[in-house]
Design a protein around this ligand. Structure first.
Ligand code: ADP
Ligand code: MG
Length: 238
């Protein structure tokens, strides 16, 4: 597991300044949630931490080492997206083990990793099924399983629950929290759902137009919102 430090991070797409000097110190094992309106730079920030997007300025440290120049693979992080695509022709077990296979891990070791992750996620009885034979929540668990098998230092989630119905979303929130407690991993989690942020986060970062409006625990933000934007954003229904 690892700390993540983002220092004065910037991103521009041409003349568009999407992330404008963002600094956050994320503790080892912290569950940090990024919230903010659509287009405020949440996904871009996450993609820069993952190494999927070049940075325009600033610095990113993971586990105390500068990763600016490192490829996504070298950063030892795993990302779970909203639109996770499972391989339809592969079983659940094959889907979960695929990245390890590509990395050249031995079959027996892959099987062990996949079984461990399946145990954590309650997927053991489903390992030989195909994605088409799974419910939405089960597919989402497989997407998380693909991340877990890689033993990442940091998990990055980009609105992982937004395609699920309301009931399932509530259930998956609890499961992700339990997963965090069990693995003790550092998690950076993006959502535009205020309830998700307030119920899941150790700390919340409120972003607006590529800048941080406020960082604090859910209670701090609830009790002492720094301005009307934060108060309005956290107070409005999802
Ligand atoms: P969020 O995830 O908070 O909704 P994004 O990080 O996806 O926001 O996008 C922030 C802004 O950057 C948006 O205005 C978006 O249109 C723009 N943007 C994102 N990716 C690109 C890109 N590859 N090229 C140009 N503009 C982009
Ligand atoms: Mg986004």
């Amino acid at each position: 597991m690892a700390t993540v430090q983002v220092s004065n991070l910037r991103k521009s797409f041409g003349a568009l300044d999407v992330v404008q000097g963002v600094s956050i110190d994320i503790a080892d094992g912290e569950f940090l949630i990024l919230v903010g309106p659509s287009g405020c730079g949440k996904s871009t920030l996450l993609r820069m931490i993952a190494g999927l997007e070049d940075i325009s300025g600033g610095r990113i440290d993971i586990g105390g080492r500068v990763v600016n120049a490192l490829s996504p693979k070298e950063r030892n992080i795993a990302m779970v997206f909203q639109n996770y695509a499972l391989y339809p022709q592969m079983t659940v077990a094959q889907n979960m083990g695929f990245s390890l296979e590509i990395a050249g891990m031995k079959k027996a070791e892959i099987q062990k990793k996949v079984e461990e992750a399946a145990e954590i996620l309650g997927l053991k009885p489903l390992l030989q099924r195909k994605p088409s034979q799974l419910s939405g929540g089960q597919r989402q668990r497989v997407a998380m399983g693909r991340a877990i098998v890689r033993d990442p230092d940091v998990f990055l989630f980009d609105e992982p629950l937004s395609n699920l119905d309301a009931k399932l979303r509530v259930q998956m929130r609890a499961e992700i929290k339990a997963l965090h407690q069990r693995l003790g991993s550092t998690i950076v989690y993006v959502t535009h759902d205020q309830v998700e942020a307030m119920t899941m986060a150790d700390r919340i970062v409120v972003l607006r137009g590529g800048r941080i409006e406020q960082i604090g625990t859910p209670l701090q933000l609830y009790d002492r919102p720094q301005n009307m934007f934060v108060a309005g954003f956290l107070g409005s229904p999802s």
